[in-house]
Design a protein. Structure first.
Length: 341
C-alpha cells in the first residue's frame, strides 16, 4: 500500500518537476558575472590541481573533511555572496566576523583552505582568490566522497574569477544564513535572494547527505518544538526516539549524530529517502514537503539515477557559486585568507 501511494505521488508530481526545472521562480535575482571555467589557465595553470592535491591529501587521512568544506562554501555564499568573507578573522576595528556568529561557530575545514592558499602563494603569489579556493575545494571534496567515483573525477566544472571581499560581520551571518529550524517560506525567500529557485533549494539540501550534526541544531524538534515540551509532529516517532537516545535532554554540546545514519562520509541521494519517510534530521529538511514543487523534487529523486542527482547537484552548486561575486577590479586577492591585505 505504501508503495502504491508513493507511485501515485510520483505520477501526480512529475509534471510539476518538469515545469519547475525549466522555469525560475518569480522574483528570483540574477547574478551575471565575469566568472569562467579556466580563469587561471594563463595566470596560474596549476591552480586547480594544487587545490585538488591539497584536498586529496587531507581526505586520504580523514574522509570526514568533505562536509566541512562543502559547508564553508555554502556559508560563504549566503552572506555577501561568494567572496571568501567567511574566512576573515575579526579585528578591533571591524568587530566580530562571520566566523564568530553563532551559526558559524561549528564551522571547520579552515586549515584545508589555508594549506591550499599557502601552496598557491608559493607557486603563483597574489593570483588565486580565497573565494575561488573555497568553491574548488567544495567541488573536489564532494567528488572524492562520491561512492563509485573510483577515479575521483571532478563532478562539475567550477567557473572561477572571484575576488575576495573586505567586509565580514557576524550580524550579517545571523541575518542571512538559512536556519535548520526554518519553515519553507523563509527558506524560499533566502534562496531566492541569492538567485536560487525552489529546485535549487531542494537539490542543495542534498548536501545534508554527508557529515554529522551537533545535537543543538535539532534538539528543539525532540524536546520543545512549540515551547511546551513537545516533539515536532513532522518527525517520525521511532526516529525521534533514536535521536533522543543519542541526544538526551542534557546532551554535551560536542555530541553529534550522523546526518544520514550509517553514511556520514559518502555522498549520494539517500538523504531524500529519509525526508520522504519523515526522518530528515532538521526541521528545514522536512520543510521541503511543505511545498508542492520542492516535494516533487524529493519524490523524483527516490527513483532517479545517482548520475542524475549528481548532475543536478553540480548545476545548482554552480548557480550558488555565482551569487554576489566580486570580479574585475572589485575586492582584492588576499595573501592570507584570514586577513585583509
Amino acid at each position: 500500500m505504501a508503495m502504491q501511494q508513493l507511485v501515485a505521488k510520483l505520477l501526480a508530481l512529475s509534471v510539476v518537476v518538469l515545469v519547475m526545472m525549466s522555469s525560475p521562480i518569480a522574483g528570483t535575482a540574477s547574478y551575471p558575472s565575469l566568472l569562467q571555467v579556466g580563469h587561471y589557465r594563463q595566470s596560474c595553470p596549476a591552480a586547480e590541481s594544487v587545490v585538488r592535491a591539497t584536498v586529496e591529501g587531507y581526505f586520504s587521512r580523514d574522509p570526514t573533511v568533505t562536509a566541512p568544506l562543502l559547508r564553508l562554501h555554502f556559508h560563504d555564499c549566503f552572506v555577501r555572496g561568494c567572496d571568501g568573507s567567511v574566512l576573515l578573522n575579526a579585528t578591533a576595528a571591524s568587530g566580530p566576523a562571520e566566523k564568530d556568529a553563532m551559526p558559524n561557530q561549528s564551522l571547520d575545514g579552515f586549515y584545508v583552505i589555508d594549506a591550499a592558499k599557502a601552496a598557491l602563494e608559493f607557486k603563483c603569489p597574489g593570483v588565486v582568490s580565497c573565494a575561488d579556493i573555497l568553491a574548488l575545494a567544495a567541488r573536489d571534496a564532494v567528488s572524492l566522497a562520491t561512492a563509485g567515483n573510483t577515479s575521483g573525477a571532478s563532478l562539475w566544472e567550477v567557473p572561477t574569477g572571484r575576488r575576495d571581499g573586505r567586509v565580514s560581520a557576524a550580524a550579517e551571518a545571523v541575518a542571512n544564513l538559512p536556519s535548520s529550524f526554518a519553515d519553507f517560506a523563509k527558506l524560499k525567500k533566502q534562496f531566492a535572494s541569492k538567485g536560487l529557485n525552489v529546485n535549487d533549494l531542494a537539490i542543495l539540501s542534498g548536501a545534508h547527505a554527508i557529515g554529522n550534526s551537533h545535537c543543538a541544531s535539532f534538539a528543539k524538534r525532540l524536546y520543545n518544538f512549540t515551547g511546551h515540551g513537545d516533539a515536532d509532529p513532522s518527525l517520525d516517532a521511532s526516529y525521534a526516539a533514536a535521536l533522543r537516545a543519542s541526544c538526551p535532554p542534557r546532551f554535551d554540546n560536542a555530541t553529534t549524530v550522523e546526518m544520514v545514519p550509517g553514511s556520514s562520509t559518502s555522498f549520494d541521494a539517500d538523504y531524500y529517502k529519509l525526508v520522504a519517510s519523515h526522518r530528515g534530521l532538521f526541521h528545514s529538511d522536512q520543510a521541503l514537503l511543505q511545498d508542492q514543487q520542492a516535494g516533487a523534487v524529493v519524490y523524483s529523486l527516490l527513483t532517479s539515477s545517482k548520475k542524475s542527482f549528481l548532475r543536478r547537484f553540480g548545476a545548482s552548486m554552480v548557480r550558488m557559486g555565482r551569487a554576489g561575486v566580486l570580479t574585475g577590479a572589485a575586492g582584492e586577492i588576499r595573501h592570507n585568507c584570514a586577513l585583509l591585505n
